[in-house]
Ligand binder design. Structure first.
Ligand SMILES: Cc1ncc(C[n+]2csc(CCOP(=O)(O)OP(=O)(O)O)c2C)c(N)n1
Ligand SMILES: [Mg+2]
Length: 565
Protein backbone atom coordinates (compact mmCIF):
# COMPACT_ATOMS: atom_id res chain seq x y z
CA UNK A 1 0.00 0.00 0.00
CA UNK A 2 1.23 3.46 -0.84
CA UNK A 3 1.74 6.07 1.84
CA UNK A 4 2.17 9.81 1.72
CA UNK A 5 5.44 11.52 2.61
CA UNK A 6 3.84 12.73 5.85
CA UNK A 7 2.87 9.17 6.77
CA UNK A 8 6.28 7.89 5.79
CA UNK A 9 7.94 10.44 8.06
CA UNK A 10 5.69 9.44 10.98
CA UNK A 11 6.18 5.71 10.34
CA UNK A 12 9.94 6.23 10.15
CA UNK A 13 9.98 8.17 13.42
CA UNK A 14 8.02 5.37 15.07
CA UNK A 15 10.50 2.82 13.69
CA UNK A 16 13.32 4.86 15.21
CA UNK A 17 11.64 4.63 18.61
CA UNK A 18 10.84 8.34 18.72
CA UNK A 19 8.27 9.14 21.40
CA UNK A 20 8.34 12.93 21.49
CA UNK A 21 8.55 15.71 18.94
CA UNK A 22 9.11 19.30 20.04
CA UNK A 23 7.59 21.43 17.33
CA UNK A 24 5.76 24.44 16.01
CA UNK A 25 3.52 24.37 12.91
CA UNK A 26 3.27 26.46 9.76
CA UNK A 27 2.15 26.35 6.16
CA UNK A 28 4.86 24.05 4.83
CA UNK A 29 4.10 21.59 7.62
CA UNK A 30 0.31 21.51 7.26
CA UNK A 31 0.25 18.10 5.53
CA UNK A 32 2.46 16.70 8.29
CA UNK A 33 0.37 18.07 11.15
CA UNK A 34 -2.79 16.84 9.43
CA UNK A 35 -1.35 13.31 9.45
CA UNK A 36 0.14 13.34 12.95
CA UNK A 37 -3.06 12.29 14.80
CA UNK A 38 -2.90 8.94 12.95
CA UNK A 39 0.17 8.20 15.08
CA UNK A 40 -0.80 8.59 18.73
CA UNK A 41 2.49 7.02 19.80
CA UNK A 42 4.19 10.27 18.70
CA UNK A 43 3.70 12.85 21.43
CA UNK A 44 3.88 16.38 20.08
CA UNK A 45 4.88 19.15 22.43
CA UNK A 46 3.97 22.58 21.16
CA UNK A 47 6.68 25.04 22.11
CA UNK A 48 6.25 28.81 21.94
CA UNK A 49 9.32 29.54 19.81
CA UNK A 50 11.27 27.16 17.59
CA UNK A 51 14.50 27.91 19.47
CA UNK A 52 12.77 26.27 22.42
CA UNK A 53 12.03 23.18 20.33
CA UNK A 54 15.69 22.78 19.40
CA UNK A 55 16.92 23.30 22.98
CA UNK A 56 14.29 20.94 24.37
CA UNK A 57 15.24 18.25 21.83
CA UNK A 58 18.92 18.77 22.67
CA UNK A 59 18.33 18.51 26.40
CA UNK A 60 16.02 15.51 25.93
CA UNK A 61 18.83 13.81 24.01
CA UNK A 62 21.36 14.60 26.74
CA UNK A 63 19.29 13.12 29.56
CA UNK A 64 17.96 10.07 27.69
CA UNK A 65 20.88 9.21 25.44
CA UNK A 66 18.40 8.93 22.56
CA UNK A 67 18.12 11.33 19.65
CA UNK A 68 15.85 14.32 20.31
CA UNK A 69 13.53 15.51 17.55
CA UNK A 70 12.47 19.07 16.78
CA UNK A 71 10.25 20.32 14.00
CA UNK A 72 9.77 23.75 12.44
CA UNK A 73 8.17 25.21 9.39
CA UNK A 74 10.02 26.77 6.45
CA UNK A 75 11.59 30.24 6.49
CA UNK A 76 11.37 31.92 9.91
CA UNK A 77 10.50 28.67 11.65
CA UNK A 78 13.64 27.08 10.29
CA UNK A 79 15.88 30.06 11.07
CA UNK A 80 14.53 30.14 14.62
CA UNK A 81 16.02 26.67 15.08
CA UNK A 82 19.51 27.80 14.13
CA UNK A 83 20.80 28.78 17.58
CA UNK A 84 19.53 25.52 19.05
CA UNK A 85 21.13 23.47 16.30
CA UNK A 86 24.45 25.24 16.80
CA UNK A 87 24.15 24.60 20.53
CA UNK A 88 23.60 20.88 19.91
CA UNK A 89 26.50 20.83 17.47
CA UNK A 90 29.03 22.36 19.84
CA UNK A 91 27.98 20.09 22.72
CA UNK A 92 27.78 16.92 20.55
CA UNK A 93 24.10 16.31 21.14
CA UNK A 94 22.15 13.99 18.79
CA UNK A 95 19.31 16.14 17.52
CA UNK A 96 17.29 15.39 14.42
CA UNK A 97 15.82 18.70 13.22
CA UNK A 98 13.06 18.47 10.65
CA UNK A 99 12.04 21.53 8.69
CA UNK A 100 9.22 22.08 6.25
CA UNK A 101 10.31 23.66 2.96
CA UNK A 102 8.39 25.41 0.21
CA UNK A 103 7.06 23.05 -2.48
CA UNK A 104 9.71 21.80 -4.91
CA UNK A 105 8.58 23.94 -7.91
CA UNK A 106 9.17 27.04 -5.73
CA UNK A 107 12.59 26.07 -4.36
CA UNK A 108 15.19 28.64 -5.38
CA UNK A 109 12.60 31.28 -6.32
CA UNK A 110 12.62 33.34 -3.10
CA UNK A 111 9.14 32.00 -2.52
CA UNK A 112 7.08 33.02 0.49
CA UNK A 113 8.83 31.73 3.61
CA UNK A 114 11.69 30.21 1.70
CA UNK A 115 15.19 30.07 3.13
CA UNK A 116 18.03 27.81 2.15
CA UNK A 117 18.15 26.11 5.54
CA UNK A 118 20.50 23.35 4.39
CA UNK A 119 22.89 26.09 3.25
CA UNK A 120 22.46 28.04 6.47
CA UNK A 121 23.01 25.04 8.72
CA UNK A 122 25.80 23.38 6.76
CA UNK A 123 28.55 24.44 9.19
CA UNK A 124 26.51 23.65 12.33
CA UNK A 125 25.16 20.23 11.45
CA UNK A 126 26.89 16.88 11.20
CA UNK A 127 24.88 16.33 8.05
CA UNK A 128 21.83 17.78 6.34
CA UNK A 129 19.64 16.89 3.41
CA UNK A 130 16.96 18.52 1.27
CA UNK A 131 14.55 15.74 0.26
CA UNK A 132 13.45 16.30 -3.33
CA UNK A 133 11.71 12.99 -3.92
CA UNK A 134 9.43 11.11 -1.55
CA UNK A 135 11.09 7.86 -2.59
CA UNK A 136 14.26 8.85 -0.71
CA UNK A 137 12.49 10.03 2.45
CA UNK A 138 12.60 6.79 4.48
CA UNK A 139 16.27 6.24 3.68
CA UNK A 140 17.13 9.85 4.54
CA UNK A 141 15.38 9.58 7.92
CA UNK A 142 17.13 6.29 8.68
CA UNK A 143 20.49 7.84 7.81
CA UNK A 144 19.73 10.98 9.79
CA UNK A 145 19.13 9.03 13.01
CA UNK A 146 22.19 6.92 12.38
CA UNK A 147 24.48 9.87 11.71
CA UNK A 148 23.10 11.91 14.62
CA UNK A 149 23.87 9.13 17.08
CA UNK A 150 26.83 7.21 15.67
CA UNK A 151 30.39 8.11 16.57
CA UNK A 152 30.51 11.61 17.99
CA UNK A 153 26.84 12.62 18.15
CA UNK A 154 25.56 15.82 16.62
CA UNK A 155 22.61 17.45 14.91
CA UNK A 156 21.28 16.40 11.53
CA UNK A 157 18.72 18.43 9.61
CA UNK A 158 16.17 17.07 7.14
CA UNK A 159 14.43 19.67 4.98
CA UNK A 160 11.16 18.43 3.44
CA UNK A 161 9.22 20.43 0.84
CA UNK A 162 5.52 20.66 1.31
CA UNK A 163 4.69 18.65 -1.83
CA UNK A 164 7.04 15.83 -0.76
CA UNK A 165 4.82 15.40 2.31
CA UNK A 166 1.89 14.92 -0.10
CA UNK A 167 3.52 12.65 -2.70
CA UNK A 168 2.87 8.94 -2.34
CA UNK A 169 5.10 5.93 -2.60
CA UNK A 170 5.56 2.46 -1.22
CA UNK A 171 6.90 2.60 2.33
CA UNK A 172 9.84 0.36 3.04
CA UNK A 173 12.00 1.26 6.01
CA UNK A 174 15.60 0.18 5.43
CA UNK A 175 17.03 -2.17 8.11
CA UNK A 176 20.56 -0.93 7.64
CA UNK A 177 22.38 2.16 6.56
CA UNK A 178 25.04 1.96 3.95
CA UNK A 179 27.34 4.93 4.28
CA UNK A 180 30.79 4.00 3.03
CA UNK A 181 31.96 7.55 3.74
CA UNK A 182 31.08 7.48 7.42
CA UNK A 183 32.38 4.65 9.54
CA UNK A 184 33.43 5.93 12.96
CA UNK A 185 36.32 4.11 14.62
CA UNK A 186 34.87 2.43 17.69
CA UNK A 187 37.83 0.43 18.99
CA UNK A 188 41.14 1.97 19.96
CA UNK A 189 44.35 0.77 18.34
CA UNK A 190 45.91 -1.88 20.62
CA UNK A 191 49.43 -0.48 20.24
CA UNK A 192 48.25 2.98 21.26
CA UNK A 193 46.36 1.58 24.24
CA UNK A 194 49.48 -0.30 25.30
CA UNK A 195 51.54 2.89 25.09
CA UNK A 196 48.93 4.70 27.19
CA UNK A 197 48.95 1.95 29.82
CA UNK A 198 52.74 2.14 30.04
CA UNK A 199 52.64 5.89 30.54
CA UNK A 200 49.95 5.62 33.20
CA UNK A 201 51.71 2.78 34.99
CA UNK A 202 54.91 4.80 35.14
CA UNK A 203 53.34 8.11 36.16
CA UNK A 204 54.16 9.87 39.41
CA UNK A 205 51.66 12.72 39.16
CA UNK A 206 48.89 11.51 36.87
CA UNK A 207 45.59 13.30 36.33
CA UNK A 208 42.46 12.32 34.43
CA UNK A 209 40.45 15.03 32.70
CA UNK A 210 37.08 13.61 31.75
CA UNK A 211 34.66 15.36 29.44
CA UNK A 212 31.15 14.87 28.17
CA UNK A 213 32.33 12.07 25.91
CA UNK A 214 32.45 9.85 29.00
CA UNK A 215 28.77 10.56 29.65
CA UNK A 216 27.84 10.12 25.99
CA UNK A 217 29.64 6.77 25.93
CA UNK A 218 28.01 5.83 29.27
CA UNK A 219 31.47 4.78 30.47
CA UNK A 220 30.73 5.58 34.14
CA UNK A 221 31.88 2.21 35.51
CA UNK A 222 34.94 2.03 33.27
CA UNK A 223 36.27 5.47 34.18
CA UNK A 224 35.74 4.76 37.84
CA UNK A 225 37.67 1.52 37.53
CA UNK A 226 40.56 3.33 35.86
CA UNK A 227 40.66 6.07 38.50
CA UNK A 228 40.39 3.67 41.42
CA UNK A 229 42.82 1.01 40.27
CA UNK A 230 45.52 3.43 39.16
CA UNK A 231 44.66 5.89 41.96
CA UNK A 232 44.44 8.89 39.68
CA UNK A 233 42.70 12.12 40.68
CA UNK A 234 39.61 12.76 38.59
CA UNK A 235 39.03 16.22 37.19
CA UNK A 236 36.19 16.91 34.80
CA UNK A 237 35.39 19.59 32.31
CA UNK A 238 32.24 21.65 32.89
CA UNK A 239 30.28 19.32 30.61
CA UNK A 240 31.99 16.29 32.09
CA UNK A 241 30.39 17.03 35.47
CA UNK A 242 28.30 14.00 36.33
CA UNK A 243 30.60 11.40 34.79
CA UNK A 244 32.10 10.61 38.19
CA UNK A 245 30.63 11.15 41.68
CA UNK A 246 31.83 14.53 42.93
CA UNK A 247 31.92 13.45 46.58
CA UNK A 248 34.21 10.50 45.76
CA UNK A 249 37.66 10.81 47.42
CA UNK A 250 39.33 10.81 44.01
CA UNK A 251 37.19 13.67 42.70
CA UNK A 252 39.14 16.91 42.38
CA UNK A 253 36.52 19.15 40.86
CA UNK A 254 36.53 20.66 37.41
CA UNK A 255 39.07 22.67 35.49
CA UNK A 256 39.10 25.87 33.52
CA UNK A 257 38.20 29.51 33.77
CA UNK A 258 35.94 29.07 36.80
CA UNK A 259 37.21 25.68 37.85
CA UNK A 260 38.76 24.84 41.18
CA UNK A 261 42.24 26.25 41.74
CA UNK A 262 43.49 22.91 43.04
CA UNK A 263 42.25 21.18 39.88
CA UNK A 264 44.02 23.71 37.69
CA UNK A 265 47.19 23.36 39.77
CA UNK A 266 47.03 19.58 39.53
CA UNK A 267 46.94 19.82 35.76
CA UNK A 268 49.82 22.28 35.76
CA UNK A 269 52.00 19.95 37.83
CA UNK A 270 50.93 16.63 36.35
CA UNK A 271 53.41 14.42 34.53
CA UNK A 272 50.81 12.29 32.73
CA UNK A 273 47.49 13.71 31.70
CA UNK A 274 44.78 11.32 30.55
CA UNK A 275 42.24 13.40 28.62
CA UNK A 276 39.11 11.39 27.94
CA UNK A 277 36.18 12.52 25.81
CA UNK A 278 37.08 16.19 26.02
CA UNK A 279 38.29 18.64 23.41
CA UNK A 280 40.60 21.13 25.11
CA UNK A 281 38.18 24.03 24.74
CA UNK A 282 39.84 27.39 25.39
CA UNK A 283 37.68 28.01 28.47
CA UNK A 284 39.02 24.74 29.83
CA UNK A 285 42.70 25.16 29.00
CA UNK A 286 43.39 28.83 29.63
CA UNK A 287 46.19 30.07 27.42
CA UNK A 288 47.17 26.96 25.53
CA UNK A 289 50.92 27.58 25.48
CA UNK A 290 50.99 27.23 29.28
CA UNK A 291 48.61 24.29 29.53
CA UNK A 292 49.97 21.22 31.35
CA UNK A 293 53.58 22.14 30.57
CA UNK A 294 55.08 19.15 32.38
CA UNK A 295 52.71 16.46 31.13
CA UNK A 296 52.81 13.75 28.52
CA UNK A 297 49.27 13.80 27.18
CA UNK A 298 47.11 10.80 26.34
CA UNK A 299 43.97 11.81 24.44
CA UNK A 300 41.11 9.37 24.02
CA UNK A 301 38.29 10.58 21.77
CA UNK A 302 35.98 9.13 19.17
CA UNK A 303 36.47 12.07 16.83
CA UNK A 304 39.86 12.02 15.07
CA UNK A 305 39.39 15.70 14.20
CA UNK A 306 39.87 16.56 17.89
CA UNK A 307 43.29 14.94 18.16
CA UNK A 308 45.98 17.58 18.17
CA UNK A 309 43.50 20.36 17.31
CA UNK A 310 44.22 22.58 20.30
CA UNK A 311 47.06 20.95 22.22
CA UNK A 312 49.90 18.64 21.30
CA UNK A 313 49.21 15.03 22.20
CA UNK A 314 51.74 12.28 22.88
CA UNK A 315 49.45 9.26 22.72
CA UNK A 316 46.25 9.70 20.72
CA UNK A 317 43.65 6.95 20.87
CA UNK A 318 40.63 7.19 18.60
CA UNK A 319 37.68 5.07 19.65
CA UNK A 320 34.57 4.81 21.76
CA UNK A 321 35.57 5.57 25.34
CA UNK A 322 33.79 2.62 26.89
CA UNK A 323 35.52 0.21 24.51
CA UNK A 324 38.93 1.84 24.89
CA UNK A 325 38.76 1.91 28.69
CA UNK A 326 37.67 -1.72 28.87
CA UNK A 327 40.89 -2.70 27.13
CA UNK A 328 43.07 -0.12 28.87
CA UNK A 329 41.87 -1.11 32.33
CA UNK A 330 43.14 -4.65 31.84
CA UNK A 331 46.66 -3.31 31.42
CA UNK A 332 46.68 -1.01 34.44
CA UNK A 333 48.89 -2.00 37.36
CA UNK A 334 47.19 -1.09 40.64
CA UNK A 335 49.23 1.38 42.65
CA UNK A 336 48.99 4.42 44.82
CA UNK A 337 50.38 7.93 44.53
CA UNK A 338 50.60 8.92 48.17
CA UNK A 339 52.97 11.88 47.72
CA UNK A 340 50.88 13.23 44.86
CA UNK A 341 47.67 13.03 46.86
CA UNK A 342 49.33 14.70 49.84
CA UNK A 343 50.32 17.53 47.55
CA UNK A 344 46.80 17.76 46.08
CA UNK A 345 45.23 17.79 49.53
CA UNK A 346 47.55 20.58 50.56
CA UNK A 347 46.50 22.67 47.55
CA UNK A 348 42.90 21.93 48.36
CA UNK A 349 43.40 23.22 51.90
CA UNK A 350 45.22 26.32 50.66
CA UNK A 351 42.69 27.04 47.91
CA UNK A 352 39.35 25.74 49.10
CA UNK A 353 37.74 27.46 46.13
CA UNK A 354 34.17 26.50 46.78
CA UNK A 355 33.18 28.64 49.68
CA UNK A 356 30.42 31.03 50.54
CA UNK A 357 31.49 34.35 51.99
CA UNK A 358 29.89 35.82 55.06
CA UNK A 359 27.00 38.07 54.09
CA UNK A 360 23.78 39.43 55.53
CA UNK A 361 22.41 39.59 52.00
CA UNK A 362 21.05 36.75 49.94
CA UNK A 363 23.90 35.10 48.07
CA UNK A 364 23.31 33.13 44.88
CA UNK A 365 25.81 30.47 45.96
CA UNK A 366 23.71 29.86 49.06
CA UNK A 367 20.57 29.39 46.97
CA UNK A 368 22.30 26.72 44.89
CA UNK A 369 23.69 25.04 47.99
CA UNK A 370 20.22 24.91 49.55
CA UNK A 371 18.74 23.37 46.40
CA UNK A 372 21.43 20.72 46.82
CA UNK A 373 20.61 20.25 50.50
CA UNK A 374 16.84 20.05 50.07
CA UNK A 375 16.99 17.69 47.09
CA UNK A 376 19.89 15.78 48.71
CA UNK A 377 21.55 16.07 45.34
CA UNK A 378 18.87 13.95 43.74
CA UNK A 379 17.84 16.25 40.90
CA UNK A 380 18.64 17.16 37.34
CA UNK A 381 19.90 20.73 37.17
CA UNK A 382 19.42 22.69 33.97
CA UNK A 383 21.10 26.08 33.74
CA UNK A 384 21.34 29.10 31.53
CA UNK A 385 24.63 30.82 30.79
CA UNK A 386 26.44 33.25 33.01
CA UNK A 387 27.32 33.58 36.67
CA UNK A 388 24.40 31.45 37.87
CA UNK A 389 25.62 28.66 35.57
CA UNK A 390 29.02 28.66 37.24
CA UNK A 391 27.51 28.76 40.73
CA UNK A 392 25.19 25.91 39.79
CA UNK A 393 28.23 23.92 38.70
CA UNK A 394 30.29 24.86 41.77
CA UNK A 395 27.85 24.68 44.65
CA UNK A 396 25.77 21.62 43.79
CA UNK A 397 27.64 18.33 44.13
CA UNK A 398 26.80 16.04 41.27
CA UNK A 399 27.01 12.47 42.44
CA UNK A 400 24.38 10.91 40.24
CA UNK A 401 25.46 10.31 36.65
CA UNK A 402 24.52 12.85 34.01
CA UNK A 403 22.56 15.29 36.16
CA UNK A 404 23.82 18.66 34.95
CA UNK A 405 22.44 19.95 31.66
CA UNK A 406 24.15 23.12 30.54
CA UNK A 407 25.14 24.90 27.36
CA UNK A 408 28.92 24.65 27.29
CA UNK A 409 30.36 25.12 23.83
CA UNK A 410 28.02 27.76 22.46
CA UNK A 411 27.15 29.32 25.83
CA UNK A 412 23.58 30.04 24.84
CA UNK A 413 21.61 32.32 27.16
CA UNK A 414 17.99 31.25 27.11
CA UNK A 415 18.83 27.54 27.13
CA UNK A 416 17.60 27.10 30.69
CA UNK A 417 13.82 27.06 30.37
CA UNK A 418 13.39 25.03 27.16
CA UNK A 419 16.32 22.88 28.31
CA UNK A 420 14.35 22.09 31.46
CA UNK A 421 11.34 21.18 29.30
CA UNK A 422 13.41 18.62 27.40
CA UNK A 423 14.94 17.21 30.59
CA UNK A 424 11.58 16.80 32.33
CA UNK A 425 9.94 15.23 29.27
CA UNK A 426 12.90 12.87 28.89
CA UNK A 427 13.14 11.91 32.56
CA UNK A 428 9.67 12.58 34.01
CA UNK A 429 10.40 10.72 37.25
CA UNK A 430 13.32 12.93 38.16
CA UNK A 431 13.14 16.22 39.99
CA UNK A 432 14.17 18.90 37.50
CA UNK A 433 15.42 22.28 38.74
CA UNK A 434 15.90 25.04 36.22
CA UNK A 435 18.49 27.46 37.61
CA UNK A 436 17.95 30.53 35.48
CA UNK A 437 19.57 33.91 35.03
CA UNK A 438 17.22 36.88 35.01
CA UNK A 439 18.69 37.75 31.61
CA UNK A 440 18.53 34.32 30.02
CA UNK A 441 15.09 33.70 31.48
CA UNK A 442 13.78 36.74 29.63
CA UNK A 443 15.11 35.33 26.36
CA UNK A 444 12.91 32.23 26.34
CA UNK A 445 10.34 33.17 28.98
CA UNK A 446 7.51 32.15 26.65
CA UNK A 447 8.20 28.47 27.30
CA UNK A 448 6.41 28.95 30.64
CA UNK A 449 3.26 28.46 28.59
CA UNK A 450 4.58 25.14 27.27
CA UNK A 451 5.36 24.04 30.81
CA UNK A 452 1.87 24.91 32.03
CA UNK A 453 0.11 23.45 28.99
CA UNK A 454 2.00 20.15 29.37
CA UNK A 455 1.87 20.31 33.18
CA UNK A 456 5.58 19.65 33.50
CA UNK A 457 6.53 19.74 37.18
CA UNK A 458 9.66 21.82 36.64
CA UNK A 459 10.97 23.86 39.56
CA UNK A 460 12.40 27.17 38.46
CA UNK A 461 14.88 29.22 40.51
CA UNK A 462 15.61 32.59 38.97
CA UNK A 463 18.92 33.95 40.21
CA UNK A 464 17.77 37.52 39.90
CA UNK A 465 20.76 39.84 40.25
CA UNK A 466 19.33 42.60 38.06
CA UNK A 467 22.32 42.33 35.75
CA UNK A 468 23.69 40.49 32.82
CA UNK A 469 25.88 39.34 35.63
CA UNK A 470 28.76 37.57 33.94
CA UNK A 471 29.31 40.45 31.53
CA UNK A 472 29.01 42.91 34.41
CA UNK A 473 31.68 40.93 36.29
CA UNK A 474 34.06 41.28 33.33
CA UNK A 475 33.29 44.99 33.16
CA UNK A 476 34.04 45.26 36.87
CA UNK A 477 37.28 43.31 36.74
CA UNK A 478 38.67 44.14 33.31
CA UNK A 479 36.90 47.31 32.07
CA UNK A 480 37.26 49.71 34.99
CA UNK A 481 33.82 48.96 36.43
CA UNK A 482 32.05 50.68 33.56
CA UNK A 483 28.70 48.93 33.47
CA UNK A 484 27.55 49.51 29.91
CA UNK A 485 24.39 47.69 28.80
CA UNK A 486 24.48 45.24 31.68
CA UNK A 487 22.07 46.72 34.28
CA UNK A 488 18.93 44.82 33.48
CA UNK A 489 15.35 45.82 34.05
CA UNK A 490 13.16 42.80 34.50
CA UNK A 491 9.45 42.32 34.94
CA UNK A 492 7.86 41.21 38.19
CA UNK A 493 8.55 37.48 37.77
CA UNK A 494 5.97 36.52 40.37
CA UNK A 495 3.29 38.33 38.42
CA UNK A 496 4.59 36.79 35.21
CA UNK A 497 4.27 33.34 36.77
CA UNK A 498 0.77 34.17 37.91
CA UNK A 499 -0.17 35.36 34.44
CA UNK A 500 1.08 32.10 32.94
CA UNK A 501 -0.75 30.14 35.63
CA UNK A 502 1.94 28.72 37.84
CA UNK A 503 2.47 29.26 41.55
CA UNK A 504 5.47 31.27 42.65
CA UNK A 505 7.29 32.98 45.48
CA UNK A 506 9.76 35.81 45.81
CA UNK A 507 12.65 35.44 48.24
CA UNK A 508 14.88 38.31 49.33
CA UNK A 509 15.97 37.05 52.73
CA UNK A 510 18.36 34.15 53.18
CA UNK A 511 16.30 32.85 56.09
CA UNK A 512 13.45 32.10 53.68
CA UNK A 513 15.46 30.18 51.11
CA UNK A 514 15.11 26.66 52.47
CA UNK A 515 11.39 26.81 53.17
CA UNK A 516 10.73 28.27 49.70
CA UNK A 517 12.64 25.42 48.06
CA UNK A 518 10.76 22.92 50.22
CA UNK A 519 7.46 24.49 49.20
CA UNK A 520 8.39 24.21 45.53
CA UNK A 521 9.28 20.56 46.02
CA UNK A 522 6.05 19.77 47.87
CA UNK A 523 3.93 21.30 45.14
CA UNK A 524 2.88 18.71 42.56
CA UNK A 525 3.27 20.84 39.42
CA UNK A 526 5.63 23.52 38.13
CA UNK A 527 6.76 26.21 40.58
CA UNK A 528 8.81 29.37 40.23
CA UNK A 529 10.94 31.15 42.81
CA UNK A 530 12.33 34.59 42.14
CA UNK A 531 15.50 34.80 44.27
CA UNK A 532 16.47 38.45 44.47
CA UNK A 533 20.18 38.10 45.20
CA UNK A 534 23.14 40.37 45.89
CA UNK A 535 23.51 42.23 42.59
CA UNK A 536 27.28 42.50 42.40
CA UNK A 537 28.37 39.09 43.60
CA UNK A 538 31.24 37.65 41.58
CA UNK A 539 32.22 34.18 40.45
CA UNK A 540 35.54 33.00 41.85
CA UNK A 541 37.97 31.64 40.98
CA UNK A 542 38.34 33.30 37.59
CA UNK A 543 41.25 32.80 35.23
CA UNK A 544 41.55 36.13 33.42
CA UNK A 545 41.35 36.02 29.64
CA UNK A 546 44.75 35.30 28.11
CA UNK A 547 46.14 33.94 31.39
CA UNK A 548 47.34 30.47 32.31
CA UNK A 549 45.16 28.19 34.44
CA UNK A 550 47.39 28.75 37.48
CA UNK A 551 46.92 32.52 37.30
CA UNK A 552 43.38 32.43 38.66
CA UNK A 553 41.99 35.28 40.71
CA UNK A 554 40.42 33.93 43.89
CA UNK A 555 37.92 35.19 46.43
CA UNK A 556 39.79 37.83 48.47
CA UNK A 557 41.22 36.05 51.52
CA UNK A 558 39.66 38.00 54.44
CA UNK A 559 36.24 37.18 53.10
CA UNK A 560 36.85 33.45 53.16
CA UNK A 561 34.72 31.37 55.46
CA UNK A 562 33.27 27.89 55.58
CA UNK A 563 35.40 25.82 53.27
CA UNK A 564 33.13 23.00 52.34
CA UNK A 565 34.82 20.66 49.93
C1 LIG B 1 22.38 34.51 23.42
C2 LIG B 1 23.49 35.12 24.17
N1 LIG B 1 23.72 36.45 24.11
C3 LIG B 1 24.74 37.01 24.81
C4 LIG B 1 25.57 36.25 25.58
C5 LIG B 1 26.73 36.87 26.34
N2 LIG B 1 26.53 36.66 27.79
C6 LIG B 1 27.15 35.68 28.48
S1 LIG B 1 26.69 35.60 30.07
C7 LIG B 1 25.68 36.94 29.90
C8 LIG B 1 24.88 37.46 31.05
C9 LIG B 1 23.81 36.52 31.45
O1 LIG B 1 22.92 37.19 32.29
P1 LIG B 1 21.91 36.38 33.18
O2 LIG B 1 21.14 35.41 32.35
O3 LIG B 1 21.13 37.32 34.01
O4 LIG B 1 22.89 35.49 34.08
P2 LIG B 1 23.90 36.01 35.23
O5 LIG B 1 25.26 36.06 34.62
O6 LIG B 1 23.44 37.32 35.71
O7 LIG B 1 23.83 34.93 36.27
C10 LIG B 1 25.72 37.42 28.59
C11 LIG B 1 25.00 38.61 28.10
C12 LIG B 1 25.31 34.85 25.59
N3 LIG B 1 26.08 34.00 26.28
N4 LIG B 1 24.27 34.32 24.91
MG1 LIG C 1 21.50 38.12 35.88
Amino acid sequence: MKKTGAQILCESLVKEGVEVIFGFPGGALLPFYDTLPQYPQLRHILVRHEQGAAHAADSYARVTGKAGVCLATSGPGATNLVTGIANACLDSSPVVAITGQVATPFVGKDAFQEVDITGITLPITKHNHLVLDVKELARVVKEAFHIAQAGRPGPVLIDIPRDVFQQETQFVYPDKVDLPGYKPTLFGHPTQIKKAAELINGAERPVIIAGRGVIISRAFAEIRELAESAQIPMITTLLGIGCFPETHVLSFGWLGMHGMTYANKAIDESDVLVAIGMRFDDRATGVVSSFAPRARIIHIDIDPAEIGKNVRVDVPIVGDIKNVLEVLNQQIVPRDHIDWFNQLDQWRREHPAIEIRESEGLLPQYVVRQIYEVTRGDAIIVTGVGQHQMWAAQFFFYDKPNCLVSSGGLGTMGFELPGAVGAKVGRPDETVWCIAGDGGFQMTIQELATIVQENLAIKIAIINNGYLGMVRQWQELFYGRRYVATPLYGPDFVKIAEAYGLPSLRVRDKREVTSAIEKAMEHQGPFLIDFVVEPEENVFPIVPPGAALVEAMELPKPERVSPSV
